[in-house]
Write a protein that binds this ligand. Structure first.
Ligand SMILES: Cc1cc2nc3c(=O)[nH]c(=O)nc-3n(C[C@H](O)[C@H](O)[C@H](O)COP(=O)(O)OP(=O)(O)OC[C@H]3O[C@@H](n4cnc5c(N)ncnc54)[C@H](O)[C@@H]3O)c2cc1C
Length: 395
């Protein structure tokens, strides 16, 4: 198996690198370095810069603005983005609803939404989870009852990230209660300004307001906003959830964080803040992380290589999700450890600090807390382990 990049891939990497050097605004890069909070404006601004270069929605079909990159080129792009401290675009637009509309949307839906989604003129949120339907998503209850050329929605969604900023929601609603749970679910698009929608904030343990509860009270949604067939929304949702593949472990991000940890180690050693014994302990921990990260990277590259040759990488995605998120969490644990007591303070007003003077120490605690979520969303790690047990180990 060939795991080294070819000369063409190296040339591609250099092209990406030089674009990012020139195009990424300094203030955005600095926010990423400081782990500061990125607002909607930051993400919109960057996604539009990428879109102008043709690189916002690279994995969409070419006719809708995608690039026909190989899995390896995609991997290189993601890694370079992380190493350059470039933010990701909106995952709801880029990785979730966009590809689904390319595949299942009507011509009218494609015309209306795709270009606006790529350029983030529409900010989407995802309405899947409900209080009684998280891992067991098929047990969702929020109803959509047909009334002429509309569906009428009643019920509640939860954990809806960024719903407070969203223009539109894509979500799953129950259109039929008879038969198997999965069969009566429909995939709908809805304008968040429709009367009857209430968005209520959830403050998470990092002090941020990213997640929300969303309530539906006789919300009328035109039938033309149905994606796919009525009652077959489960197939659309499965396709959406399976869209993330080669980037799921976010190894570039972890590599960038490891290099920051190395810089911190050097800084603390130079300033004499670490006793000799502490230096040894830290050196050992960093070496362990580096070895594990390298092993994960090789696994990811094997998956990318298999994918490039039509090898089907699906089964390994769960391993990458579990190990990749564990790695991301370990990085935050080490940063918090290094910051010591000063790193335990949470910013007064809640949320991550935007004060550059506080730097990495000020960001340590909120960042530690914010990364707890990565092993929950996108399919919790316990559920991924069940998938590994069943599909890979045959248990
Ligand atoms: C910060 C954050 C943002 C989110 N954003 C969104 C969003 O934008 N849109 C959206 O629709 N959803 C979103 N989610 C919801 C997320 O997808 C769910 O939290 C996730 O699917 C888990 O569901 P649950 O919280 O209901 O937990 P539960 O399903 O109740 O699970 C609780 C615990 O039990 C474990 N468990 C459950 N079933 C099994 C099993 N069969 N075997 C072993 N262990 C099991 C779980 O792994 C978990 O540890 C978000 C969640 C978080 C935390």
């Amino acid at each position: 198996m060939q795991l080294d990049f070819t000369p063409a891939e190296i040339a591609f990497r250099d092209e990406v690198r030089s674009f990012l050097r020139d195009a990424l605004p300094d203030d955005l890069r600095q926010k990423m370095v400081d782990r500061a909070h990125l607002g909607k404006d930051d993400i919109v601004r960057w996604q539009r810069i990428l879109n102008a270069r043709g690189w916002a929605v690279t994995h969409w079909p070419a006719e809708y603005g995608g690039q026909q990159w190989t899995p390896t080129e995609r991997y290189i792009f993601q890694e370079e983005m992380a190493l350059a401290h470039a933010p990701e675009g909106s995952p709801f637009n880029v990785n979730m609803i966009g590809p689904v509309l390319c595949r299942f949307g009507t011509p009218a839906q494609k015309e209306r939404f795709l270009a606006a989604t790529a350029n983030i003129d529409i900010w989407w949120c995802q309405g899947f989870s409900e209080p009684g339907a998280g891992s067991d998503l098929a047990s969702l209850k929020t109803s959509a009852v047909r009334d002429g050329d509309h569906y009428v929605l009643n019920g509640q969604k939860i954990w809806t990230t960024q719903a407070q900023h969203a223009d539109w929601m894509f979500g799953l609603f129950r259109t039929d209660n008879s038969g198997k749970q999965q069969q009566g679910i429909s995939f709908l698009l809805l304008d968040m300004r429709t009367p009857g929608i209430t968005v209520r904030p959830i403050e998470t343990i990092d002090g941020e307001h990213d997640a929300n509860e969303v309530f539906f009270d006789d919300v009328r949604v035109p039938v033309e906003n149905l994606v796919g067939e009525e009652g077959r929304g489960w197939d659309v949702a499965k396709n959406l959830l399976g869209n993330e593949r080669s980037g799921i472990a976010r190894i570039g991000l972890s590599k960038e964080r490891l290099s920051q940890l190395r810089a911190l180690e050097a800084q603390l050693t130079a300033s004499g803040e670490l006793a000799e014994e502490e230096r040894h302990v830290l050196a050992r921990k960093l070496a362990e992380v580096e070895v594990d990260l390298r092993a994960l990277e090789l696994t990811q590259l094997r998956v990318v290589a298999a994918d490039a040759h039509g090898g089907g990488a699906n089964a390994a995605a769960s391993i990458l999700k579990v190990k990749g998120t564990e790695m991301q969490q370990r990085m935050t644990e080490l940063v918090t450890e290094l910051a010591g007591p000063a790193g335990l303070a949470m910013p007064q007003a809640g949320g991550r600090t935007n004060d550059p003077d506080e730097g990495w120490v000020g960001a340590a605690a909120p960042f530690y807390f914010t990364m707890r979520k990565v092993s929950i969303f996108g399919g919790s790690n316990e559920i991924q382990k069940n998938i590994i047990a069943k599909t890979l180990l045959g248990l």
